[in-house]
Design a protein around this ligand. Structure first.
Ligand SMILES: Cc1cc2nc3c(=O)[nH]c(=O)nc-3n(C[C@H](O)[C@H](O)[C@H](O)COP(=O)(O)OP(=O)(O)OC[C@H]3O[C@@H](n4cnc5c(N)ncnc54)[C@H](O)[C@@H]3O)c2cc1C
Length: 496
């Protein structure tokens, strides 16, 4: 019997598998598709934007260089001072200027190799993760579609035909139409769609008729991307299109003509798929020995591109907690902090995607709201707000304390050149003691297999004497210039 069976070898299932493998769990991943490659996962249709927060997750496990290489992106030198981001993206089709981000409002955003997001593809992400999972002893079985699951007090069992796959824990990372979610009886609450979205690779007879980038029209929205013929269309039809079959050339042309208000002609239709803005979330991410992560736990429209980032955040949050539970060294209630911490983050992203749809609707009220939003978001405060929400900078778990606690750890650099991102490679927590007075080291000694102690002055300690960082890079405790040993000890016991 494995410690954990993961259903789904998408980016979230693979990221979680790496986290569990790193912690020494025996992991089996079951994947329905016999082959990892498909045109939907490679460039251009499989193109995905990873936020700075997700890039940081790869950096913290030593996977940033291979991911940049697989994505065709050059490594970036780390600057001495915080620099403006390379891009902020858009809100409801309104592009925002990175030069407007107010860095003074982001004191915890220290220079780091992972500061900016990465434009990559599902294929690149999955290739890097699958290779690493293999090195960590994870077994990936392809061509296995899970069709039944059961659980009792001691185990969960996934079934594919006659074959049974028992494990102590089972995690559904099987995407938006999750079989695990349905079979395990998770409630999935949210809102029904207002639109049908189309994503296609076509040959355009007269490409000059369509504007570049996002264009919001009185009938909807269309988007032409840098790759010729790669386009998206939003049709506010209440999600009425029958998505059981891919759209035909004639249908797509008629929708594109209506939405764009042009008589554009589609030549060949190479590939096309549809999506909606249905926004739903499992009410809990755990039922007994079965957990959900990624799109299996939450779905929303791809507008603003956050689903993958949300899923990687789930995997990073769940991995070390489940591993500690498997190893029977987890403090009481640790595993349930997964839902407690990640559910509100998911709910915020769902609302962010709903807000974009509301602002893009072609009715007069939405047009008026979009015009006001456009003015507000184009200010320095507005652009900074959007950047904080989409880059992961504003990520915060309510751990009961103010300040840095609950935030993503800044990438502190020690005088000897070591950075927080390097210290987290082996998946242990990190106690960073900037005072070197040795008191905190004594506390961590008993936790050597779970906490790494590192002492030395920081190039940028931001006024803290010491910080305790969880394996997922979240600050669990932050001490004053003279750290209080008692409160540090309590934080260590709470999380490790
Ligand atoms: C057009 C588009 C653009 C997007 N752009 C972005 C972006 O820029 N940034 C971003 O963050 N997000 C973006 N997203 C969202 C992102 O792609 C998803 O959120 C992400 O792929 C979810 O990963 P996952 O591993 O949870 O699920 P999936 O990627 O759906 O993987 C699930 C896996 O489970 C397997 N599976 C399913 N059922 C079974 C079963 N019964 N048994 C075994 N295996 C099974 C599937 O074959 C699949 O491999 C976009 C989405 C779309 C549609």
């Amino acid at each position: 019997m494995h410690d954990v069976v993961i259903v789904g070898a998408g980016p979230v299932g693979l990221f979680l598998a790496c986290e569990l493998g790193l912690a020494g769990c025996s992991v089996l991943v079951l994947e329905r598709e016999p082959e990892p490659r498909s045109p939907w996962r490679s460039f251009p249709l499989g193109m995905r934007g990873l936020s700075g927060g997700s890039a940081e997750a790869f950096y913290r496990r030593g996977m940033l260089p291979p991911l940049l290489a697989a994505s065709g992106v050059a490594e970036r030198p780390v600057t001495d001072e915080p620099a403006p981001p390379q891009s902020v993206g858009h809100f409801a089709g309104t592009p925002l200027d990175p030069a407007d981000v107010d860095l003074a409002r982001l004191p915890y955003r220290l220079p780091s190799p992972a500061l900016d997001g990465i434009m990559t593809s599902l294929e690149a992400v999955e290739t890097v993760l699958a290779e690493r999972a293999g090195k960590l002893g994870v077994e990936i079985r392809r061509g296995v579609a899970v069709t039944a699951i059961t659980q009792d007090d001691s185990a969960a069992v996934a079934r594919a035909g006659e074959q049974e796959y028992p494990a102590r824990w089972l995690v559904g990372c099987d995407g938006g139409r999750s079989t695990v979610r349905r079979l395990a009886g998770f409630d999935f609450d949210g809102t029904e769609p207002q639109l049908t979205g189309y994503l296609a690779l076509v040959t355009l007879a007269d490409p000059g008729l369509l504007a570049p980038g996002f264009t919001v029209t009185p009938q909807g929205m269309y988007l032409t991307m840098s790759e010729p013929g790669h386009l998206g269309v939003l049709d506010f039809d209440g999600g009425a299109y029958d998505r059981s079959r891919p759209p035909t050339r004639e249908h797509l042309q008629s929708v594109l003509r209506r939405v764009s208000g042009t008589d554009v002609t589609l030549g060949e239709l190479h590939l096309a798929s549809t999506f909606t803005d249905r926004a739903k979330q499992a009410t809990t991410y755990r039922r007994g020995r079965i957990l959900l992560a990624g799109d299996a736990a939450h779905i929303h429209s791809p507008l603003g591109g956050q689903g993958l980032n949300l899923g990687i955040g789930d995997a990073m949050n769940l991995g070390w907690k489940l591993a500690a539970t498997v190893a029977e060294c987890a403090p009481s209630g640790l595993l349930d902090t997964y839902t407690a911490e990640r559910h509100p983050i998911g709910a915020r992203v769902l609302d962010w995607s709903r807000a974009q749809v509301a602002a893009m609707r072609p009715d007069r009220h939405s047009r008026a709201a979009r015009s006001v939003l456009h003015d507000v978001l184009s200010t320095r405060d507005g652009t900074t707000y959007v950047f904080e929400r989409t880059s992961g900078t504003s990520l915060h778990y309510d751990l009961g304390e103010q300040g840095l606690v609950g935030h993503n750890a800044p990438d502190f650099a020690l005088e000897n050149g070591t950075r927080v991102g390097d210290l987290l490679h082996d998946g242990r927590g990190v106690a960073l003691d900037f005072t070197e007075n040795g008191q905190l080291q004594e506390v961590t000694r008993r936790y050597g297999d779970r906490i790494r102690y590192e002492a030395g002055p920081a190039k940028n300690d931001l006024g803290f004497g010491a910080v305790l960082i969880r394996p997922d890079g979240i600050v669990a405790w932050a001490g004053e210039r003279v750290p209080d040993r008692g409160s540090f000890e309590r934080a260590v016991r709470r999380w490790f």
